[in-house]
Design a protein around this ligand. Structure first.
Ligand SMILES: NC(=O)c1ccc[n+]([C@@H]2O[C@H](COP(=O)([O-])OP(=O)(O)OC[C@H]3O[C@@H](n4cnc5c(N)ncnc54)[C@H](O)[C@@H]3O)[C@@H](O)[C@H]2O)c1
Length: 246
């Protein structure tokens, strides 16, 4: 059993899907958790849904694509938690389209959320972490950052970039006992994958040796490991959690 009762965590995009699973797992391991959602309303709705299931977490509305809102998010999280030991950069979106039809807007929104969002939030968290001489930064990438995927030139580009971001920051901040790792989920059953057609889902299943989509809990398990003392010497790595497809 992983015990994080002395730890605090900020999870971006914790209102649903994988992020919500991560919030639940961290809270159940004893960590004090703050999470963000795109708006205050979605964040508060998630707080209530979690509370109904006996899980206490504090929710804040903030668009991670905005530098100013990300700074305000971290400021509020610090006011609530006192410190941020664990940062999980999970917020992400897709705007899938074949490259020929991909608009400048679809490109920009995905880059701004999935990649610049990680820059924005980490930028605000890193100074307090350096000062505290402790930090566990966990970035949620994707298997498609390594494999590529038709229709996802924008999304896969951001997820490949997450790997470069993770490995570079890991080397910069390790001397202050801060590790930076990534998790690359395969295909996970969430609202994001709900949008796929039955035929697309069937094609996915054929690529997964374990013959099922992953769950948010499968990814949360990796986060718990990377946030725990079991992973104190793990730095700059990409943990692939995908049922064996890559
Ligand atoms: N579902 C999958 O199969 C899968 C596979 C690989 C990687 N991922 C990655 O896992 C992460 C979570 O995905 P999910 O499937 O749970 O998605 P989801 O759409 O169910 O949830 C996304 C979360 O991010 C938040 N979010 C989106 N844009 C935001 C913004 N601009 N500012 C703040 N918050 C924002 C949403 O509020 C929500 O809480 C993403 O980074 C995604 O790329 C998902």
């Amino acid at each position: 059993m992983i015990d994080l009762s002395s730890k605090t965590a900020l999870v971006t995009g914790g209102t649903r899907g994988i992020g919500r699973g991560i919030v639940e797992a961290l809270a159940q391991a004893g960590a004090k958790v703050v999470f963000s959602g795109r708006t205050e309303a979605t964040a508060q709705a998630a707080v209530e849904e979690l509370a109904a299931r006996g899980i206490t977490a504090y929710g804040i509305g903030a668009d991670v694509a905005s530098f100013a809102e990300s700074a305000a998010l971290v400021e509020k999280a610090l006011a609530h938690l006192g410190k941020i030991d664990i940062l999980v950069n999970n917020a992400g979106i897709t705007k899938d389209q074949l490259f020929l039809k991909m608009s400048e807007e679809d490109w920009g929104q995905v880059i701004n959320t999935n990649l610049t969002g990680i820059f924005n939030v980490t930028k605000a968290v890193i100074k307090p972490m350096l000062k505290a001489k402790y930090g566990r930064i966990i970035n949620i990438g994707s298997v498609v950052g390594s494999t590529g995927n038709p229709g996802q030139v924008n999304y896969a580009s951001t997820k490949a970039a997450v790997i470069g971001f993770t490995k570079s920051l890991a080397k910069e901040v390790a001397a202050r006992n801060i590790t930076c790792n990534a998790i690359a989920p395969g295909f996970i059953a969430t609202d994001m994958t709900e949008e796929l057609s039955e035929a697309q889902k069937q094609t996915l299943l054929e690529q997964i040796p374990l013959k099922r989509l992953g769950t948010a809990a499968d990814i949360a398990g990796g986060v718990l490991f990377l946030a725990s003392p079991l992973a104190d010497y793990v730095n700059g790595t990409v943990l692939h959690i995908n049922g064996g497809m890559y």
